[in-house]
Write a protein that binds this ligand. Structure first.
Ligand code: SF4
Length: 285
């Protein structure tokens, strides 16, 4: 049996005391161990942000990419070797700011990737500026008089753009989050988990206590994750009462399952001789 230690490198995180990342990493490792996935069968990609130095702390294939680009690297890995479990990991600024176009188009393609977004509602690595998910009116280092923007809604955006698994977790509930990550990894298609994460240093509004007073579990509320309309309604009502759990799950072929070239085996297992380029050229005649 694998344990969390099997996915843990010798490097120690330098996050601030109480940072939600300290809950998200064990939840991820717990899920991988319970699914008994050997580290060499898992690839994780990271963007830029406080959470993205996670590339150093996991012992598996890890790639620290650039801002907003954890998804395209993950897509490349998945389409090269779809036998691997591929997890993309990013913060809210990275995922919904710099990387928002990748988010939308990876959802549309239903590429079989689990996307873990550490949503602390700020750009924290750069010392607390407004991010796409900052609440309207929130005072940050870049909005001293309060943010004027409506917050981006990642759950609704994922549902309406074709994601086939959409969930929300909380960094303060490791067991619940780990269960969601397991479900997302097992799901065949694009799976978003927006993880509500506390930032003890810069976000003095959305604290652990603030979330505890508002969070409820969808499974306790009898939510039907197969119902598109109810999922969208739950995603939109993500303010005073905040849902965690699986909002939406459906089934449709993932991207690589629709490609004739990848139907038999992953690209990395095909030799150049096996690939009949003339057939492709002929199709253009
Ligand atoms: Fe965590 Fe915030 Fe510190 Fe970054 S600044 S390590 S998000 S507590």
């Amino acid at each position: 049996m694998l344990t969390q230690q099997d996915y843990t490198s010798t490097y120690k995180p330098t996050w601030c005391p109480g940072c939600g990342n300290f809950g998200i990493h064990p939840a991820t490792k717990k899920a991988l161990a319970e699914l008994n996935l050997p580290p060499h069968r898992v690839a994780m990609t990271f963007g830029i942000g406080c959470s993205s130095n996670g590339a150093n702390f996991f012992k598996l294939y890890a790639f620290h990419s650039i801002h907003g680009r954890s998804l395209p690297v993950a897509v490349g890995i998945k389409l090269s070797n779809h036998d691997l479990t591929v997890i993309a990991d990013a913060g809210d600024g990275d995922a919904y700011g710099e990387g928002v176009s990748h988010f939308v188009h990876t959802a549309r393609g239903n590429i079989d990737i689990t996307y873990l977004v550490h949503d602390n509602r700020l750009y924290s690595l750069t010392k607390g500026q407004m991010s796409p998910t900052s609440m309207k009116g929130m005072k940050t280092m870049s909005t001293p008089f309060g943010s004027l923007n409506e917050p981006f809604n990642p759950l609704a955006a994922a549902i309406i753009n074709g994601a086939t698994f959409v969930a929300q977790g909380f960094s303060g509930d490791i067991n619940h989050l780990s269960g969601l990550i397991k479900q997302a990894i097992m799901h065949k298609g694009f799976a978003l988990i927006n993880i509500l994460q506390v930032c003890t240093t810069f976000n003095k509004v959305n604290t652990f206590q603030w979330y505890k007073e508002r969070i409820y579990k969808l499974e306790d509320a009898g939510h039907d994750a197969a119902n598109y309309g109810k999922a969208l309604a739950a995603a939109i009502k993500n303010h005073d009462k905040i849902p965690i759990g699986v909002l939406y799950q459906t089934s449709r072929p993932s991207y690589h399952q629709q490609l004739d070239q990848l139907r038999e085996k992953p690209l990395v297992k095909q030799s150049a001789e096996e690939i009949d380029v003339n057939k492709s050229f002929d199709s253009y005649r």
